[in-house]
Design a protein around this ligand. Structure first.
Ligand code: M6R
Length: 602
């Protein structure tokens, strides 16, 4: 959840600050930077809040050709300067940045460091103090002391360590937290994700869990924790660096909402050969061979999975269960005889999902990760991968990844259904439907001023709100509610429309905003009844209705598309409503409080 970046071999300060700014979406409650000029000077600066606060604190003389930096999402200890990273040993010899959680930090602290005075509440400080202790007491060089500590550590980490007695090295280690090693000409760079340092290099080494490395400006030595040499090939990354820039947009979230029609067109292009769906035959066979599909995910991806269940069941006939990864991982249900697992994850790094995947792999069961990030941890560790092809998603609130997840699940459903010989799958003109989705999304984003007006009228001062819907609209109601609450801080609940009257309707009072979604042919009239129930109790109802069910006075008429794919269009005004509710309140839409883009801790 934190962002880390380190560089050795070139003026480091601006490289690190730029990298941190690009990584800020991973965590942004405090930040810090360590610089060493290899002339006997080292500098440590830390600040609470955003990177700009850190930048403001740096003095011109703080420069270096080696440095490590960090932007934090607090896990152990409040967001204070003392708890910000880099953490350091009491003798100011070692400096460490860390992304992850050390589970046995208290045990290590009690066992080895009872005589040390700590200056922070972090688990990270335990590690840096312990490296220092082993280096001093066992007379070990830094790399050896570091490896000795790593062999005692339980938990997740991406570490960058600098030893002021040999400051032209950065020692790094990875376990369960993302880290890429960028190879430069006369320098090397390390970062939580490649995108953050694409302006420096396009050549990256993908580190694996258990890897440790000694990195200098022109040499990289990678080993395992036992000290055996490890060979990791470097590869060129083919990413458009402009894809992660805001361009003329004020916020990434709106840019990413606007990009959704293009993502639909790309998927229709890349996953089809003419009108024939094109998915890796091994994936199709593995899913078709299963007697039950389990979809695991978190947050928005979980909501996309709820939509995917409907699509997969309809077009493949295979029963589907959708689970919250954080629950599933520790309460595995009784599995069917031939399960097939799908991990939906924009980032491919979500720790809760990875816990399940690890168990799936232990049981040697087949799995597919559907992700936006090629080479991400869940992609590497699953049997198969399908890419979302949505381009980098930077805003913390997920938008285009959600619609891409729905579309890719539909693509998979059609491919598997056809493999199973199902007429319903053959008749599913998905390529045409994705075209309709793209057109419909375009129409909706072109009408965004209307949504801005709705946000101003109904959401400017309210403290709470509801989304209601039935069938797949219920799944979108959950997503609409999550979007609104995470970026605008309006307490919003998504409800199956008929469930309100079983208790929650007690919360409806004069002026409570209720967004009602109507796409489900089986229940459109019933949802109208539920709308009347809340209107009678004073609610301000905003209606998003499919063209065929729309009535005069509805706020948004949703473009025509097949019912099971309707979330592709229904979600767009919900995303826009959240965006404008947040922007109109003057909030930082892309970086809502307390959140981070990829949740790499359990
Ligand atoms: O990277 P993932 O898709 O695995 O992330 C899962 C959730 O953390 C994520 O969808 C989160 O809910 C979003 N911030 C919501 O907008």
């Amino acid at each position: 959840m934190c962002g880390i970046v380190g560089v050795v071999g070139k003026p480091a300060r601006d490289v690190l600050l730029n990298g941190l700014k690009n990584l800020e979406y991973r965590g942004y409650d405090s930040a810090g930077i360590y610089l060493n000029d290899l002339q006997g000077h080292q500098y440590l600066t830390k600040a609470v809040g955003r990177i700009k606060n850190l930048e403001a604190k740096l003095t011109p003389d703080e420069q270096g050709v080696v440095g490590i930096a960090h932007t934090r999402w607090a896990t152990h200890g409040k967001p204070t300067v003392a708890n910000a990273h880099p953490q350091y040993s009491s003798d100011n010899r070692f400096y460490l940045v860390h992304n992850g959680v050390i589970e046995n930090y208290a045990t290590l602290k009690n066992k080895y460091l009872s005589d040390v005075e700590f200056h922070s509440d972090t688990d990270t400080e335990v590690i840096v103090q312990l490296v220092d202790k082993f280096a001093r007491e066992d007379n070990l060089p830094a790399f050896a002391a570091f490896k000795k500590v790593l062999n005692l550590v339980e938990g997740s980490y991406a570490f960058l360590l600098v030893d002021n007695t040999e400051p032209d090295h950065i020692f790094i280690a990875k376990n369960k937290s993302p880290m890429m090693l960028g190879v430069g000409d006369g320098f090397n760079i390390i970062a939580s994700d490649a995108i953050s340092v694409l302006d420096q290099t396009r050549t990256f080494i993908d580190l694996h869990d258990g890897d440790v490395a000694d990195v200098t400006k022109d040499k990289i030595v990678i080993e395992d924790l036992q000290g055996n040499a490890v060979d990791r090939p470097a590869k060129e990354l083919d990413i458009d660096p402009n894809a992660s820039s805001k361009g003329t947009y004020e916020f990434f979230m709106l840019k990413e909402i606007d990009e959704q029609p293009a993502v639909m067109r790309r998927l229709a292009q890349d996953y089809f050969d003419g009108n024939n769906v094109k998915v890796d035959p091994a994936i199709v066979q593995a899913a078709a061979d299963s007697d039950r599909i389990y979809i695991l995910a978190a947050g928005t991806s979980y909501h996309a999975g709820l939509v995917g269940k409907n699509l997969l069941e309809k077009y493949t006939g295979i029963p589907v269960e959708v689970g919250l990864a954080s629950e599933f991982g520790y309460h595995f249900p009784r599995l069917s005889k031939k399960p097939f697992f799908i991990f939906l994850t924009q980032s491919g790094e979500t720790a809760d999902s990875r816990v399940v995947l690890t168990q799936v792999n232990d049981r040697q069961l087949p799995s597919l990760t559907i992700t936006n990030v090629e080479g991400s941890t869940l992609s590497r560790e699953a049997t198969y991968t399908m890419l979302l092809k949505a381009g980098p998603e930077i805003a913390v609130a997920s938008t285009k990844a959600y619609t891409a997840q729905v579309a890719v699940q539909a693509i998979l459903a059609k491919a598997v259904g056809e493999k199973l010989g199902l007429q319903v799958a053959r008749d599913f003109d998905l390529k045409h439907q994705l075209g309709l989705a793209a057109e419909g999304m375009q129409q909706l984003v072109d009408g965004k001023e209307k949504i801005d007006e709705l946000a101003k009228k109904y959401l400017a001062t309210t403290r709470n709100a509801f989304y209601i819907g039935r069938g797949v609209d219920y799944a979108v109601a959950l997503e609409g509610a999550l979007k609104l609450k995470e970026v605008s801080y309006i307490q919003t609940e998504g409800f199956a429309a008929a469930e309100l009257k079983h208790g929650t309707i007690a919360l409806i009072e004069k002026g409570t905003p209720v967004v009602a979604l109507i796409n489900d042919p089986a229940t459109a009239d019933l949802t109208r009844g539920n709308i009347r129930e809340v209107q009678s109790r004073g609610a301000n109802v905003i209606v998003f209705a499919a063209k065929e069910f729309a009535q005069p006075g509805d706020d948004v008429v949703l473009p025509q598309i097949e019912y099971y794919l309707s979330p592709l269009v229904t979600v767009v005004p919900a995303q826009l409503l959240a965006y404008y509710a947040s922007k109109n309140k003057g909030l930082d839409v892309d970086k809502p409080r307390n959140l981070a883009k990829s949740v790499t801790v359990e």
